[in-house]
Design a protein around this ligand. Structure first.
Ligand SMILES: [Zn+2]
Length: 441
């Protein structure tokens, strides 16, 4: 054991108590529950890691930012995390109260344990461990804790743009989401963007008897189905003209990384979608998913012509796509094919990509592998979405995701949890990465 591992082992109980206290502080950005107190709590955590704290107003929930200076000339690392959490959801489905951290079978349960309090606390405890064991930081660090990630970080990119000078950094890191379930350890190089929307088609103003009015009253469900049929071909090609303008093809190096990454062991699929390409490659490409189809006024089977039909949809965006282009393309397509349909856009995030040969990529990969005791692999694009384009595109930094949580962390669901052995190991991993970056120049 080296000094950091010994420190983490010795302070294990205390670190768990700090995580429990953080989880017990509700911070639901969607409703505002506990947000003001949580910003104070986050600020205290930064101070306890020796960082100079600052609360940055955004127009929504604030960013809580902390800075620590490393040796002269050392790299400057931005670490992104978020202190807000999802709402608790159905209380009856929780085995213990969501905002009361409870340990069972080596896991801590509670809303925010994995997403994201346990993961950014591991980063903060790594900073504390480095200070206590080595008398200072190996590199300069600015920790940014977002208060709006769970509501799509609507103010993050513009706020970061206004902080360009103080965020004149060399590299960015984040720990969010679960480890890759096909192989670990991995380092994530990017995320897909997202545009979610619903298409609403109205009929003739009311629900009509399908015998008395069939062939006379227009059926909005049929119209919606026809419209959707014009948007994606049976072979998986998306037919919305212009929606993928700007897509940057995967490089040889990225394709090699995707090839090396095993396919998730436990995908649980009975059959596959017809889109072409290898599984990992498909997870890096644009998508168009129908999330649900409903006729809001006909939950039972009644022989009627519905009044309203709704399709809830999302598109995941590959690198190079822009949310504004996708919105425009969808609007134009619907206007051309079914002018009386209404499109309502909802959550959006830009995609983000860092290439496998970007600055510090190898250093981060090696450090994560060293902490795990076996080589780490790059994951060129996570299938999901995170608001890190504000860092990669907005600040021009390479950004590396080091997932620390267990695959079954049940983030966003009842009984969210974080395996405590991963929490403790995550502190060591985060410290190794900062040490590696500090040594690299
Ligand atoms: Zn989340």
């Amino acid at each position: 054991m080296d000094a950091i591992e010994e420190y983490v082992a010795r302070h294990g109980d205390q670190h768990e108590r700090e995580l429990a206290a953080w989880v017990a502080a509700p911070s639901v950005s969607a409703t505002g529950e506990g947000m003001a107190e949580a910003a104070d709590h986050a600020r205290d955590l930064l101070v306890r890691s020796g960082l100079a704290p600052r609360v940055v107003e955004t127009g929504g929930w604030p960013l809580v930012v902390g800075h620590g200076t490393g040796p002269a000339g050392s790299p400057h690392v931005v670490i992104y995390g978020h202190y807000d959490v999802q709402p608790a959801g159905p209380l009856a489905e929780w085995d213990s109260p969501p905002f009361e951290a409870v340990i069972r079978d080596g896991r801590m349960y509670g809303r925010g344990t994995g997403d994201n309090k346990g993961q950014h606390l591991a980063q903060l405890l790594a900073i504390r461990a480095l200070r206590d064991c080595e008398g200072g930081l190996p590199c300069s660090v600015t920790v940014i804790l977002d208060g709006e990630e769970e509501i799509g970080s609507p103010h993050l990119a513009s706020t970061l743009a206004g902080m360009r000078k103080e965020l004149n950094a060399d590299v960015a890191l984040y720990s969010d989401g679960p480890v890759n379930d096909g192989y670990e350890p991995t380092v994530s190089l990017g995320v897909r963007g997202v545009v979610s929307f619903e298409i609403v088609v109205r009929g003739a103003g009311a629900v009509f008897h399908s015998g008395n009015w069939g062939n006379v009253a227009p059926n909005p469900a049929w119209e919606l189905v026809w419209l959707l049929g014009t948007m994606r071909a049976p072979d998986g090609r998306v037919l919305v003209e212009g929606y993928d303008d700007g897509v940057v093809p995967l490089t040889e190096a990225e394709l090699a990384c995707l090839e090396a990454l095993p396919v998730s062991a436990d995908v649980g699929l009975d059959r596959f979608d017809l889109a072409t390409g290898g599984v990992n490659e498909r997870l890096a490409m644009p998508t168009f998913s129908i999330n649900s189809l409903t006729c809001l006024d006909n939950d039972e089977h009644r022989t009627v012509i519905p009044a309203v039909a709704v399709a809830r949809c999302d598109m995941r965006l590959a690198c190079g796509q822009r949310t504004s282009t996708v919105v425009d393309a969808v609007q134009k397509h619907v206007a051309r094919h079914l002018p009386h349909a209404e499109v309502r856009f909802k959550a959006m995030m830009e995609p983000s990509r860092t290439l496998p040969d970007a600055p510090f990529a190898k250093v981060v990969l090696d450090a994560v592998g060293a902490a795990a005791g076996r080589p780490a692999l790059f994951e060129p694009a996570m299938g999901g979405s995170l608001p890190i384009a504000g860092i990669t595109d907005g600040l021009g930094l390479p950004c590396y995701g080091i997932q620390l949580a267990n695959v079954d962390e049940r983030n966003h669901a009842p009984n969210e949890n974080f395996e405590l052995r991963r929490f403790h190991a995550g502190i060591v991993t985060a410290a190794r990465v900062l040490q590696g970056i500090g040594r690299s120049e």
